[in-house]
Design a protein around this ligand. Sequence first.
Ligand code: TXA
Ligand code: MG
Length: 346
Amino acid sequence: MSTYVTAVLPTDQPPLMHQAVDEAVRLLKEGEVVALPTETVYGLAANALDAAAVAKIFEAKERPSFDPLIVHLASKDQIDLVADVPPEISATLKKMVERFWPGPLTILLPKKPIVPDLVTAGLPTVAVRVSSNPIFRRVITGLGKPLAAPSANRFGSISPTSASAVQAELDGRIHLIVDAGACMFGLESTIIKIEPGTPKMFIDIVRPGPITPEDLKAYGKVRQATRTVVDEATAAPGQLASHYAPKTPLRLLERPEDFIPEEGKRYALMSYRGEEKDGYLNLCDWEEVMMLSPGNGKLPEAAVRFFYVLRALDKLGVDEIIAEPLHEHGMGIAMMDKLRRASRRV
Ligand code: TXA
Ligand code: MG
């Protein structure tokens, strides 16, 4: 593992923003990796067409090479650069990218040979998306190449939604973090695959995220990926059951009455909206209670705070984090999916 002095460059004033973007483009052109904001979570980016640069992503993250990366494009017109679109799905794909790009939707497509096998972990498909974050867009346009970028955390850890969270994960492992504040969505992009079908296409959700089944159903018959570990491993190799887990054991407590606190153990509560009527606040003498959506139970607010709260609770050093269930619709689907995966590790 190489060690670096990691610079964190702000973007909250135009001259600083230009400096940060220029520095990111310079490093990327030299084949280095750079942490960049996107509208979902921070990504660790490298030139997707340069296998040596992409290898540095795997090194910094300690990511196993069987886990493929998402390729980010500067615009929807660049799909043909990296993917061969099957004629049967091209009309549907076109409509979907018109509607959702730039934005938090990633689409699996047959890959072109120009994409290094390291990027796709040897799979015949490549995952593509166009980010809507203005800083990310400036960098990718400045570089003039697609960017491979996984979430900027160490493998198996919690995705970062701020520059300081990236720093906590990757300090000393990369040259640069571009700081553009908190991410707008806070959850990773929805990943889908479009499968030919009649009379409608099938839209298979490989990873739930900000674009919900409700959003997708106008484009085909939506199928949710099943939750068995075997299917996950083949559908999206990075969707392992242990993913998104804090180091502290976490338990999704679907019903408050199932909780029997153990003598001498310290517990923290990840509360949905901090309301007594939900039945969790008085279950024990919590070491700490953090709310995802204070008061109202607003799912987009909970999503923005989700990884931040998880990271904060993980720092407390309690014996167990207890998570309240959220409404399982909209962005709640993705959060419940992550909580289930995280709590399986216990
Ligand atoms: O919002 C996002 O998608 C963020 C930002 C940075 O763009 N990126 C992100 O990347 O979440 P990552 O690497 O943390 O998660 C990508 C997921 C992994 O679970 C990986 O296995 C899956 O996408 N994936 C990538 N390429 C794939 C492929 N060809 N087939 C199946 N799954 C794929
Ligand atoms: Mg990730």
